[in-house]
Design a protein around this ligand. Sequence first.
Ligand code: HGY
Ligand code: MN
Ligand code: MN
Length: 417
Amino acid sequence: MPTPSLSLNASLMLEQLRVLGTLGADDAGGGRTRIALTDADKAGRDQVVQWMRDLQLDVRVDRIGNIFGILPAATEAGDRRPLMIGSHIDSVRNAGALDGCYGVLAGLAIVRAYRDADVRPARAIVVGAFTNEEGVRYQPDMMGSLVYAGGLAVDEALDTIGIDGTRLGDELARIGYAGDLEPGALVPHEYLELHIEQGPILEAENLCIGVVENLQGISWQRITVHGVANHAGTTPTRLRHDAGYAASAIVAFLRERVVGAAPETTLATTGSLRLEPDVVNVIPRKATLTVDLRDPDEERLRTAEKRLADFLVEIARREGVRIDAERLARFEPVVFDAGLVEAIEASARRLGLSCRRMTSGAGHDAQMISRIAPSAMIFVPSREGISHNPREHTDDEQLVQGAQVLLDVVRRRLLAG
Ligand code: HGY
Ligand code: MN
Ligand code: MN
């Protein structure tokens, strides 16, 4: 059967990326904030649903708010599992415009290529926008795809309490995305995710495409240090139980002794650190900090967690404070489907695009969907490796190249049957 001639409407994809990037725009310094289940996230959701409807897709929303746009197959006969293309449209605070959104809108561009050519695919194509990939407000991250893949019960996810004290299920209902589809009801035959690299490698090596063969492990904790508030001027150091000092010692330990033990692979980040009562002349009675540990190797990640746990005991004893650690997320490293990885590499080469195999440093929905279907990812370069920052940027030409690779892979996978 001849392969259908399909072509991307690249300018429309780029224009939709620009429009979506205006929703939830931050006041100063560019950027946008569309944290999961906020009004800004709703605005982004409504816009993507509208674009799905413009493509006459069957739009379904599941009970955790994952959104699916479905292009039906040419026939309903045979294996009806769809090919799924997905990512997310929620963002971190003061984010770039591409993280996640690129993969969803490129998915719509693929469907549009079929619509424009009036070609019905051998399998249904489903474009998914998963709920709460970033995990900023409600942990863990990649929550919508985790529920979808059966890794978290939907009712448990709906009862999650956010860092702002809201209940996830209440917010989902408030924004009108508490769907009725059972999560996981649409089991994909294969899953592809196109995403910006969010790191420096492709740009540094002057490459067009990242062929993502694996994704590193992730460990998130919230650590609470309980000390004793006291006067900054009258309390001798030896009598202090300084939650702020203990928290700072933890952050320093992570860089020097945890990352220091495996500096080429282990990463440690304290993205949030709050002190109470948070005034200049009071020794903090409480410190709340997050710890994000990552490593491509499960054993090294466990070792990092153990080093931290041992240090928490030591610093609690030394400073006379009480320390509680709460696990927020824990995902082992993931290896993507070798066949899909090879297909992506072959498409990049066929299109004359330089490429390399690589590991994903960031978490992605693909790591969750890989639990229920063969999955793989395609990366395009990030300028200066910057992401989770309004300066996040990928050239239009590079964005289009990534979408071309995605289209070529999809076209051939659907011909493969
Ligand atoms: O944390 C991550 O890697 C992803 O952006 N949620
Ligand atoms: Mn992302
Ligand atoms: Mn992200």
